[in-house]
Design a protein. Sequence first.
Length: 269
Amino acid sequence: METDNLEINCTERGTGHPLVFIHGGWLSEKMWRNQIERFENNYRVITYDIRGHGRTGGSPKSTYSIDLFAEDLRYLLTDLSAERPVLCGLSLGGMIAQKYATRYPNDVSRIVLANTIQSFPPLPLTHTQKELLFPTIQRHLTLSGLGPQSYFRLSFPFFKFLEGHPWISLDQDTRDYVLRDVDRIRTDEFVKIFDAMYNCDLRNDIQITNPTLVITSDHEHHAVHKQNVQITKNIRNSSHIEIPNAGHLVNMDNSSVFNSEVSDFISGL
């Protein structure tokens, strides 16, 4: 599907009620392979690569935002005639799902938010405070100098030191997959994606009325877990569960429990 001179890579499998999976930052639709296999026999499963990611690739725009990503999703679903889908987003994908459901509540049936956030980093900081701690010029120089793969390679031991266990995944093969996926992203796109998350604050901007399932893994960063609890409190028709034996990529680390919980939540559509 093409929008704004950008060809969005997407995959459709199965028939039935649309079930849209939105991947995490700097990854790709490949992260949902276990979910495609599980749900394609009963649902119309749609996965896609967010602008700047995977086979969608970059675009000439100088800046990205969560609003832009949400509008890209809008164009995609309209083009595919995917009516009132279930949106399932992890991390960055969950931010996009929150923005989309707030903007188009009547066009969404249910929402699954997995290990997502409303502000990045998930700390009680204002935008002004974040700019004082990590000014734009310094941020761009640092991120451009590191590049996506070095950034992630450094983040793995950093989070393990903070949390006492691996963060993004408990499985070495999955962590290797992450490094392969992020290495395909150009450095300029990496910076634009980072800025889209860094400059976004959904804490006072989200009004979701759709039935929502919030999922947190037991090995998620404590600050993300805290935001997930708050997200649940702010959505009237919502529930929160914790999935064991999983890091940030909960859908990959413990796909059987993840799939079972999502299946139960969307059954009856």
